[in-house]
Design a protein. Sequence first.
Lengths: 310, 251
Amino acid sequence: MLADVNNHSVNPLTGVGIGLKPKHYHLVLQSLSASIHDPASTPDWLEVHPQNYFCAGGPPHRWLSAIAERAPISLHSVGLSLGSADGVVPDELDQLAALCARYQPALVSDHLSWSGSASNRYPDLLPVPYTDEALDHFVAQVGLVQERLGRQILLENPSRYLAFAGDQYEEAEFLHLLCRRSGCGLLFDINNIEVSATNLGLDPFAMVDAIDADLVGEIHLAGHACEQTAEGPLLIDDHGSPVTGLTWRLFDRFIRRAGARPVLIEWDTDVPEYDVLMAEVMRAREILDAAAHEATPSPSAPPENARVHA
Amino acid sequence: MPVSTLEHTQRAMMQALDLGPDYLPREMFAGSPARIIAGMKVHANTISHARLVALEDTFPRVMALLGHAAFNHLSREYLARPEAGGVPHADIGRDFAEFLAGDEEVATGAALARFEWHWLESFRAAEAQPLQLADLAAFAPEDLPRVELVAHPAARLTPADSHVCETIGDQLPDLAQAGWLLLVRPEEQVRLVPATAAMRAILGAAQFPAPIGNLLAICNELPGSKGSSPDAAMPALIALIEAGALLEVRE
């Protein structure tokens, strides 16, 4: 099975979304409910961590239900632990399946990572070695999840602080093989590229250029923290600040090559006021629009071959 | 059965995360030793921070009672218990009240912790349409004792000690006398109602579907209630219905 993440019957999302946070519930619902949408205050879609909705009821479900009636939503899981040698956490998968049935999300995603074992669960996304064994493991686990959910999922490239000595593949190569063998798509987190490249001494532009755009079904943009160490800066993927200049440049570079993709502004810690978040949305839209404009021939200019013959 | 490389790698990383950097097999990673330790610390700090913040968010009143430093110290001890690691992140505070109750110096915070945990359970419990007094008007008086009721999924009972009363008692002047608190969320927000002994008895019996006649009769079994149960039972049932704590069981 090959990934078909850009078939619009499979991936109905377009434009720029935001991670939905409780402090913004009422503003998001207000903007989506307005008779005329103000683009500066209305995200095109919303993404949530399903783990925050793994409960039977309560106000968060009431808000999400109301919002999901008005805009597409995406479920971005942080708990399947696909890379765990024990395999996917069964109760996480059960609850994710129930939430998919309840909200019919446009996209479902998780991470190229693991989060402990059955007896020791860590609230973190831990790195995996890029080996044949890990690749076979992920192919099997992604297959299991996709079969259970009855749909394709996207997997996010990790932010890395450690590199394994025994890696057999480059990250992009590993992700491409995983997508092609399992049929999953790629959630391309460009902030994670900046974090991993800085921490591991890699070239972020080469990492972006290495990604097969056809596999990318969604893009994440976020900020990170920076800690100075004796060996140089250590970037920490905390989603607690604006998108950096380098990540914007990498995004622009990728979009000009790949064309538009659904883009998410992620901001999970020190969540700012709504207008700050929406300013980031507007900036992402400007880059998408500029890339689309450059890719479209001007109506007043004849096609290249026509000019040759004129 | 040979241990796979993936499993071996993950076991080694878990040992380092749980026990410290001395347990980190550095040959497993590329880069300088200082950089490897720094990278591993990012993961260890992320895990520790997420767990501590989850407890702070769940128990803000306990933290205010004990002070931030003491609360942080107790949280670390609580999380260091071997059984803490296997609990899903959303349920991380489930046993915190019992943990506090087991420590004489901080046992005063246990009832408050139980209240805060029950509040969270009520907040995220399933939605259900509560029975209203007007619904009972549809029944003939002789049929009422046979109408089956069950507790609302968001209904919780919790003891109201002096700290709980101090925290929320100004909203509920009868709370200290009742000694117990009913938490229920019949609509959007959690509702708090002082719970008498008769209310507790009825709600306890309604954990499984039971006819109104049986629920009223259960008050007969309360200590010191012989002969006076109808006087206590009916107001208690009405108070529970008005609070939204009961559902009608329909075929």
